[in-house]
Ligand binder design. Structure first.
Ligand SMILES: Cc1cc2nc3c(=O)[nH]c(=O)nc-3n(C[C@H](O)[C@H](O)[C@H](O)COP(=O)(O)OP(=O)(O)OC[C@H]3O[C@@H](n4cnc5c(N)ncnc54)[C@H](O)[C@@H]3O)c2cc1C
Ligand code: FES
Ligand code: FES
Length: 490
């Protein structure tokens, strides 16, 4: 069958058609090496520093959305039908600096300048979306940008002042929105795309049925959603991953349905796309979601990828397991759902058959009497991987604990429930004694590893303290005065 064998997109104002795109060619290499757009920098090549930040505009439900991404771990082949906006595209009226650039100059937001294009792109996206941000919103927007020189305060001041230098309604991404939408609609592809050489082949299925077909034909293919894990396999480990099946463009995997019973999220939904529904359905996860990676990675990374990668330190599995989430897997001709906790069999081993892909996650809404909490312990507050992550869902009726689901990440080879600690809680009156017994029982549930993130002893102590903290935070006796929490390291 004949498929489209090129990738078509807009780069700043120009339409590009690139043939024979290698699956693992990063957007950053394309910009810097092929297009000589060297304003976009390479710092870490692993999504951490934000020096490579660009905007990607994409049609979603017929509307054009722009978001920041890390060009160093985003693959060019995944960008068919998108609008890529780089720092070179920024300018103000009559040849002046762009409002974000003017604010950065006025407030001394740049010293050596290496991080500056990345910060400017993150602040540009923030200003377009929210022209008068609070300091906290600025900090959230630049979580994924590192600066070695300025100490950040001048950058935050610049971000708060951008709106004095211009109005986003006059920015060309606003005034040209309709024209760009029309151009992207013309570039949208209804057929499968296959491009690149045999040893670095990229496949973009036309739709969900085609994805199932592609995976049936290529059961060993690497599925790539946001590439925030797989990107590093390429840039850091140079691992061959051909053929690559890209899925982030598939609208059918972008379903978000919030009902009184459950929230169902398609596997291709990113953290940023799911944030509103997550906050609405599970308010305790709002802040937790903001602590996953930085803004650029949240704009790319999917919950489906966080589950499918099988990592014992992914942030979403523990909190979703605690809530009783189910994962749905699909392949040509069949789908099946299973409790998320059963998906993780052992380190690196999940309940996935050849040709299976994760299609959605269903999270039941909390029942009456259910108390939920999510905790992330990491060395840095922002943009860091957990040493220990925990999700607790404890149901209380007439002051007695009727159900307990306590799930942890970072404590075992998989994200795992603490069966002994749960048993110590169920049937007990809500109170310090029950939670102390549960905290002690964790020693039977887990024998964590020591690694460079944390020692086994630290993990064990911190996990027990999270249970004590959960009790203190939700105990009505502590409403007026917080009781002291035992230190993580005694
Ligand atoms: C700078 C940085 C910070 C990070 N911080 C965090 C953090 O704080 N917390 C955290 O948990 N993670 C973090 N991560 C890891 C990563 O962002 C998450 O694991 C993310 O959810 C992966 O999703 P993705 O869509 O990018 O997956 P991808 O990289 O595209 O894929 C990941 C794995 O899942 C498979 N896969 C993807 N989608 C499917 C599917 N639908 N069906 C079957 N298989 C599939 C892929 O084949 C691959 O094995 C960070 C990553 C970076 C680069
Ligand atoms: S180069 Fe550091 S995030 Fe891309
Ligand atoms: S200005 Fe030097 S790294 Fe930020």
């Amino acid at each position: 069958m004949a498929y489209q064998n090129d990738i078509r997109f807009l780069l700043n104002g120009e339409e590009k058609t690139v043939t024979d795109v290698h699956a693992t060619q990063t957007l950053l290499d394309y910009l810097r090496i092929e297009q000589r757009l060297t304003g976009t920098k390479e710092g870490c090549a692993e999504g951490d520093c934000g020096a490579c930040t660009v905007l990607v505009g994409r049609l979603r439900d017929g509307r054009l959305h722009y978001e920041t991404v890390n060009a160093c771990i985003r693959f060019l082949a995944s960008l068919n039908g998108c609008h890529i906006v780089t720092i070179e595209d920024l300018s103000g009226p009559k040849g002046r600096l762009h409002p974000v650039q003017e604010a950065m100059v006025e407030y001394h937001g740049s010293q050596c300048g290496f991080c500056t294009p990345g910060f400017v792109m993150s602040l540009y996206a923030l200003w377009m979306e929210n022209p008068q941000p609070t300091e906290v919103e600025v900090e959230t927007a630049v979580q994924g940008n590192l600066c070695r020189c300025t100490g950040y305060a001048p950058i935050v001041k610049a971000a708060l002042a951008v709106n004095q230098y211009g109005n986003p309604a006059h920015d060309h991404l606003t005034t040209e929105r309709n024209a760009v939408t029309t151009r992207l609609q013309a570039l949208a592809t209804k057929t499968r795309i296959e491009t690149g050489p045999a040893d670095d082949r990229a496949i973009l299925p036309a739709d969900l049925a085609d994805l199932a077909q592609v995976l049936a034909e290529n059961p060993k293919a690497t599925i790539v959603a946001g590439s925030t894990d797989v990107g590093l396999w390429v840039t850091k480990f140079m691992r061959p991953i051909s053929p690559v099946v890209f899925i982030l463009h598939l609208e059918e995997l972008k379903r978000i349905e919030l009902s009184d019973e459950a929230l169902t999220i398609g596997a291709g939904v990113t953290y940023s796309e799911s944030q509103t529904a997550i906050r609405a359905g599970f308010p305790h996860l709002g802040e937790y979601w903001d602590r996953i990676a930085g803004w650029q990675v949240r704009n790319m990374g999917t919950i489906g990828g966080n589950i499918a990668n099988g990592s014992p330190i992914g942030d979403t599995p523990p909190v979703l397991i605690a809530l009783g989430a189910e994962v749905t897997l699909a392949k040509a001709g069949s789908t099946r759902s299973l409790p998320l906790e059963d998906f993780f069999i052992d380190y690196g081993k999940q309940d996935r058959e050849a040709g299976d892909f994760v299609s959605s996650i269903r999270i039941p809404r909390p029942k009456p009497g259910q108390i939920d909490a999510a905790y992330k312990i990491s060395k840095r507050r922002d943009e860091d991987i957990s040493s220990v992550a925990a999700g607790f869902s404890v149901t209380v009726g007439s002051d007695v604990i009727t159900e307990a689901r306590l799930a942890f990440g970072g404590m075992a080879a998989t994200p795992k429930r603490a069966a002994q600690a749960e048993a110590a809680l169920v049937g007990q009156p809500w109170g310090a004694a029950a939670f102390e017994a549960a905290a002690q029982a964790l020693a039977q549930d887990f024998a964590p590893l020591t690694d460079w993130r944390a020692s086994a002893e630290y993990r064990q102590i911190v996990a027990a303290n999270l249970l004590r903290r959960f009790h203190l935070e939700h105990d009505s006796a502590n409403d007026t005065e917080a009781a002291p929490v035992r230190l993580a390291i005694a």
